[in-house]
Design a protein around this ligand. Structure first.
Ligand code: DGJ
Length: 649
């Protein structure tokens, strides 16, 4: 914080505190919430620096049903002159002793949210995004894990930021071994002028402590985010099995082709057809058309009403792709409003994927998007929207901001986006909204507040998905993870994996298809019908159950990264679904036992291999968790997976 006189040092003094029932909303920002004031209590601590005229209110919400603390700060200018906030962090915790590792979710496009864990060293270590989006690279999350902590042992502290733009997490080990951990907006391209009487709220941070490893931390995040971060009519409902035409046709589709795919999809039990990129404006490849949100009647005669009607005749509901935040230089919108994109007058406008980003801090741009999308969504029976975002922000600045406020741009962009999402998702609450950013480039709690699911990654290869989904599950619930079965050889990595492995991996998410079913063999379609039925049978368990990770694709432990395993257990512990997968076939594999978790030790369970019901066994929960389930020895081949349905006998 800097005063008009250029002074930076501040001296915040305790002025008082209050405890309020429930959890007040944070204006303009996504956050966890309560439905009844009895669900939480919020402590508000007030600090003041009289000399500078700064008041800071620190908000801490404790939930009755979740072992989590939601934190944010509100800064107010109570003085006479302007103040400039130069860095805004949402939470800061100090720990004595440095015997921690720093766990982060790191990666890139196509390999999002891999788990990296490194011992803390003296000085600063940071996790940051400067891209104007939370990013494929470093998720707005980290955990401090006591050295030696694992899935079920050791102390873990999780920090997660409910935000979708630039972020900074910083862990500092001081010379006396004190560890100071912070998460928030950071200072890159950020400065916010607070005029007298103005307030600024930071995004919310959600902190979770687990005395018993990463598993309980994840389950706390899952329950809280599934039930009190996500919202809307789809929050508590099992998601429809969908088919998306992107990898089936890319831009090259006709109504006939689309309806033929929908027909085959209906035959295997799919419930929703999603028309991806290319249905609007002049958009036959990725070089043009973004911003022109009017159906291309040359490509789709009769428009969306006709197409949605034909899809409905096949028995499927209809969904649509948008990339609302973007504008193609080759578009009608750009011809009319060349200044609507983010740019610095007189400088080159850097394109990525041949597109620019709209300046969402301008009210006329936000109004255009709400009007255009609203018109399309009201024009036809549309039950699902995929909201894509395929590039990052560059040359940030806006003609709508005074020179001294230009560094407010990245955060104001997010506030503009959140305002649009608030308006549209509330107005079209019947729609199932899924966010996407070139796959999982904005898989964060901010987007999940408005849209209860996110396309996890553009990489649909079953082997890559093991790591991507496993890492994502550290924070995010299975109900939020978009996961589809795609064709082989896989379009991203060219690998061919068995259909069952692709389906088994995709089952632990929202489940859907992303391939041309009309060109699949009859056997594959019959098997897919069984997979769809399997998902529907277990959808409630998968989306509402508790996740226990058993073998890590990243680990050096049992399975050595070659095996991945997890299971979902119903809250009543009467049912579970177990997944095990092995990437490469070892020579002469040793007999192996897989210790399960989350069951009732005293109960008897019937454990049935889904593809081999005659091999079912009955064991006690104690046996399954202490001795374990014998893994199949007779299976051979690479990229294999198995599923077991577990039921209280
Ligand atoms: C990126 C998304 O991740 C894909 O699924 C697809 O929707 C394309 N964009 C369309 O341009």
């Amino acid at each position: 914080m800097v005063t008009a006189a250029g002074h930076r040092a501040s001296d915040l003094v305790y002025r008082g505190h209050r405890v309020v029932p429930g959890k007040p909303a944070i204006e303009g920002l996504p956050a966890t919430y309560v439905e009844d004031p009895a669900e939480a209590e919020t402590l508000v601590v007030t600090l003041e620096d009289e000399h500078h005229g700064l008041r800071v209110e620190l908000h801490y919400t404790l939930f009755a049903a979740h072992a989590a603390i939601a934190q944010h700060a509100v800064l107010s200018n109570i003085g006479q002159g302007p103040l400039v906030v130069e860095r805004a962090m949402s939470a800061c915790s100090a720990f004595p002793g440095r015997e921690f590792s720093l766990l982060r979710l790191a990666g890139a496009w196509g390999r999002e949210r891999g788990i990296e864990c490194t011992p803390l060293g003296q000085g600063l270590q940071a996790i940051e995004s400067r891209r104007g989006a939370s990013g494929h690279q470093l998720n707005p999350f980290f955990a401090l894990t006591r050295c030696g902590a694992s899935e079920e042992h050791g102390e873990v502290f999780g920090f997660s930021l409910v935000y979708s733009g630039n972020h900074l997490s910083q862990v500092e080990v001081a010379d006396d071994d004190t560890v100071r951990a912070m998460i928030g907006l950071g200072s890159f391209d950020f400065a916010w002028t607070l005029a007298p009487d103005e307030r600024f709220a930071t995004p919310e941070a959600v902190l979770v402590h687990s005395p018993a490893g990463l598993g309980p931390m994840s389950r706390t995040y899952h329950r809280l985010y599934r039930t009190r971060l996500c919202r809307g009519s789809w929050r508590d409902r099992s998601r429809p099995v969908l088919i998306n035409n992107w990898e089936a046709t890319y831009f090259d589709f006709t109504p006939g082709k689309v309806v033929a795919i929908a027909r085959e999809a209906a035959a295997i039990g799919v419930e929703l057809f999603v028309l991806d990129d290319g249905w609007f404006g002049k958009r036959d490849d990725n070089r043009s058309g973004l911003g022109d949100w009017l159906v291309n009647e040359d490509k789709l005669p009769g428009g969306l009403v006709s197409l949605a009607g034909r899809i409905a005749e096949e028995g499927l509901r209809f969904g649509l792709w948008f990339e609302p935040e973007m504008i193609s230089p080759d578009s009608e919108l750009y011809l009319t409003h060349p200044d609507w994109c983010i740019h610095i007058p007189g400088r080159r406008r850097s394109e990525s994927r041949f597109q620019l980003v709209l300046d969402l801090i301008r009210s006329e741009v936000r109004e255009y998007l709400v009007e255009r999308l609203g018109a399309i969504l009201s024009s036809a029976p549309i039950d699902y929207v995929k909201w894509d975002f395929n590039r990052n922000l560059t040359e940030m600045g806006s003609v709508a901001l005074e020179p001294e406020r230009q560094r407010e741009f990245p955060h104001r962009y997010m506030l503009g986006l959140y305002q649009i999402l608030e308006t549209l998702t509330r107005r079209f609450d019947h729609i199932l909204w899924e966010s996407c950013s070139g796959g999982g480039g904005r898989f964060d709690p901010g987007m999940l507040h408005y849209m209860p699911q996110t396309w996890t990654s553009d990489n649909t290869d079953a082997v890559c998905r093991l790591g991507i989904q496993y890492g994502t599950s550290l924070v995010y619930p299975l109900s939020s993870m978009g996961s589809h079965v795609s064709a082989v050889p896989n379009h991203q990595v060219k690998r061919s994996t068995p259909l069952a492995s692709r389906a088994h991996t995709a089952l632990f998410g929202t489940f859907g298809y992303e391939l041309d079913l009309t060109s699949e063999h009859e056997d594959a379609r019959r098997a897919s019908a069984r997979h769809v039925a399997l998902f529907k049978r277990h959808a409630e368990l998968i989306h509402g159950g508790e996740l226990f990770r058993l073998r890590s694709p990243f680990a050096n432990g049992p399975g050595d990264g070659n095996e991945t395993s997890w299971m979902v257990v119903a809250p009543e512990r009467d049912r579970a679904l177990l997944f095990w997968s092995r990437v490469l076939q070892p020579a002469n594999p040793a007999a192996r036992l897989l210790a399960l978790r989350g069951l009732d030790p005293a109960a008897d369970y019937r454990v049935t291999p889904v593809d081999q019901p005659e091999a079912a066994v009955t064991r006690t929960g104690a046996y399954l968790m202490r001795a374990g389930l014998r893994l199949p020895e007779a299976v051979s081949g690479d990229f294999l997976s198995r599923l077991w349905a577990i039921e209280r006998a």
